[in-house]
Design a binder for this molecule. Structure first.
Ligand SMILES: Nc1nc2c(c(=O)[nH]1)N[C@H]1C(S)=C(S)[C@@H](COP(=O)(O)OP(=O)(O)OC[C@H]3O[C@@H](n4cnc5c(N)ncnc54)[C@H](O)[C@@H]3O)O[C@H]1N2
Ligand code: MOO
Length: 401
């Protein structure tokens, strides 16, 4: 078993042992935010025929410029022309309506005077003026999205315009959360003296949902003997793609996570990561199922989630597992120097043209305080000296981009 691996090694071991989930067809309205399973091509030309860009008069002419035309018909909204225009003829058209064959351009009604069955135009017309040619936006067969693209509102619009009622997207990863800390009880229970309410479970549930997962359940098994805990973990592994355990991850007398995971027959990928907080994290695989064991201390649990679980959930959905990253200028100082690589919870914001970051208060791994406002992790390398205000640091944005 690999122990005390770097974060990069841990991520590679996790993502290298995952197979992206299968595709499923979902209704267009349900597809937004999901990940395309396959390349998608335009099913028709858009617009499907030559259309007018203005309300006015479609006119036909030969090579000679003319400004007087005989009105041949009038097309209202929803009408389709059953006639063509010969040079010298015109027809009333509406914005987005089809123009009759033979149309050279469209004159907005503001630049036309109607007298009886004739119109006189008061503006010169160039060929193609105010016409949206067929297929100007998309040609049938044009690629509109690639496998791995997130379905955004614009793509929903294109697919709706093409008449695609369904989209094939990656299945959502099914996630279950299991609290293994001793004396941890569900948050809605009244804890006896010495017991602690489970707060990691609900936090992980919310975080995993944000990453596109379907959360099957949040359970606690720290009160169970080994056999009970093992059966509980096995049960969750039968239905979930990813089981996140929290607590019981260190190597004390009451820490049972590693033991329980081994008892299921899972192959441990690593145990212990050279980061703080979150050093007591590990991962294992059973068939195509992933188990990630996170610390019980709430902030360590959350940091472990962002750095180890979120990349796995992205990889399962066909996305790049790597989080975004950029430099930001510190707005306050971090007085501690550090031997281990540290992930500090920060708050990033834009100031004029640059990103800035605040180190948030309450950074002990046992404390929840920094988690109220955090929207980024500040990556301080091993052996870093104290960080001064105005210095640039590397940040991983979490909820803002
Ligand atoms: N002798 C040592 N003790 C500890 C070490 C160490 O290296 N040697 N490491 C410390 C660090 S760092 C961390 S982080 C924790 C990791 O502990 P575990 O992951 O084994 O978690 P537990 O012991 O079960 O609980 C720790 C702490 O977290 C609370 N907890 C647990 N689960 C939950 C939950 N679901 N919701 C809310 N709070 C939870 C639990 O009550 C404890 O207070 O170990 C240190 N000790
Ligand atoms: O793993 Mo503990 O989280 O180092 O704080």
């Amino acid at each position: 078993m690999l122990t005390n691996v770097t974060l990069e090694e841990a991520c590679e071991l996790i993502t290298g042992n995952l197979i992206p989930l299968p595709g499923q067809s979902v209704a267009l309205a349900e597809a937004a935010g999901r990940v395309c399973y396959q390349d998608i091509y335009a099913a028709r030309d858009l617009p499907p025929c030559s259309q007018s860009a203005v309300d006015g008069y479609a006119v036909a002419m030969g090579d000679e410029v003319c400004n007087q035309f005989q009105l041949k018909g009038n097309l209202g909204p929803g009408d389709y022309p059953d006639f063509s225009l010969a040079p010298g003829q015109a027809a009333g058209v509406v914005t987005g309506g089809p123009v009759p064959p033979g149309t050279r351009g469209v004159i907005p009604w503001e630049f036309a005077e109607v007298k009886g069955e004739y119109i006189t135009t008061t503006k010169a017309l160039n060929p193609g003026d105010n016409i949206k040619p067929r297929g100007e936006d998309f040609r049938r067969g044009d690629i509109v999205a690639r496998r791995g693209n997130i379905v955004g509102p614009g793509l929903v619009g294109v697919l709706a315009a093409c008449g695609n009622g369904k989209v094939k997207v990656f299945a959502r990863p099914k996630v279950a959360v299991l609290g293994l800390g001793r004396g941890i009880v569900p948050y809605h229970a009244v804890p006896a003296p010495g017991e602690t309410r489970d707060c990691n479970g609900p936090v992980l549930e919310v975080l995993a949902r944000r990453e596109g997962a379907e959360v099957l359940g949040v359970e606690t098994a720290g009160h169970m003997e080994s056999a009970g805990g093992r059966e509980c973990l096995k049960k969750l592994l039968r239905k979930a793609d990813v089981v996140i355990t929290t607590g019981g991850a260190a190597s004390g007398a009451y820490d049972q996570a590693l033991d329980l995971i081994r008892q299921t027959g899972a192959r441990v990928l690593f145990w212990g990561v050279r980061i703080k907080p979150g050093s007591h994290s590990g991962a294992a695989v059973l068939d195509s199922r992933l188990i990630v064991s996170l610390s019980g201390n709430p902030a360590a649990c959350v940091v472990g989630y962002h750095l180890l679980v979120a990349p796995a959930l992205r990889a399962l959905q066909g996305l790049d597992p790597q989080p975004a990253r950029f430099d930001a200028v510190c707005k306050n100082r971090w007085p501690k120097k550090g031997g281990t690589r540290r992930f500090v919870r920060g708050y990033i914001s834009r100031n004029q043209n640059q990103w800035q970051v605040n180190f948030l208060p309450g950074q002990k791994s046992s404390m929840l305080r920094s988690l109220i406002d955090y929207n980024a992790l500040i990556d301080l390398p091993a052996g870093h000296p104290p960080v001064e205000e105005g210095q640039r640091v590397s940040v991983i944005p979490l909820f803002t981009l």
